[in-house]
Ligand binder design. Structure first.
Ligand code: DQA
Length: 166
């Protein structure tokens, strides 16, 4: 199973930007740890970061048919981007929105997520560990979906065949 990890603007500055809020880990370090978690669970990850809204929209659209789920931190676009919200709704694959900081402890303008309405769930306030929680959540969601599809397929295979109408 493949999960696209999409990082929004300024997250390439992790480890440098506002360390008292976002911590000391760089984005590469966060991704390295996520990759080892994914390897242990037989998951494939694709990493993408952009400071541009349109590029993030393009990446989300690309996920349709190429990824099973999305782990996204839309960063500042969380609070402004109807385009990212619409793109997530359009591809309609399991999505977890992650925020390193607890948005609800911060400025009022950060307390509203426009994009979250298109996510399956959100995780905020656990530092970079939130990405791991997001991956665990997506693994669980994908496993449940697979089990449901399998049960449906078995049910169909066992259903009595109706005789053709004469
Ligand atoms: C953030 C929170 C956003 O408000 C902010 O603009 C970010 C990072 C977080 O991970 O806590 O860039 O998404």
């Amino acid at each position: 199973m493949k999960i696209a990890v999409i990082q929004g603007p300024n997250l390439n500055m992790l480890g440098v930007r506002e360390q008292h809020i976002y911590g000391h880990m760089t984005l590469d370090q966060v991704h390295e740890q996520l990759k080892s978690q994914a390897d242990q669970n037989g998951l494939e990850l694709e990493f993408f970061q952009s400071n541009l809204e349109g590029e993030i929209v393009d990446k989300i659209q690309e996920c349709l048919g190429t990824a099973d789920a999305i782990l996204i931190n839309p960063a500042a676009y969380t609070h402004t981007s109807i385009a990212i919200r619409d793109a997530l709704a359009a591809v309609a694959i399991p999505t977890v929105e992650v925020h390193i900081s607890n948005l609800y402890k911060r400025e009022e303008f950060r307390q509203n997520s426009i994009t979250a309405a298109s996510a399956t769930g959100i995780i905020a306030g656990f530092g970079p560990f939130g990405y791991h929680l997001g991956l665990i959540s997506l693994t669980q969601i994908l496993n449940e979906m697979q089990a449901m599809q399998q049960a449906q397929a078995e049910e169909q295979a066992q259903a009595p065949q109706t005789a053709p109408a004469v």
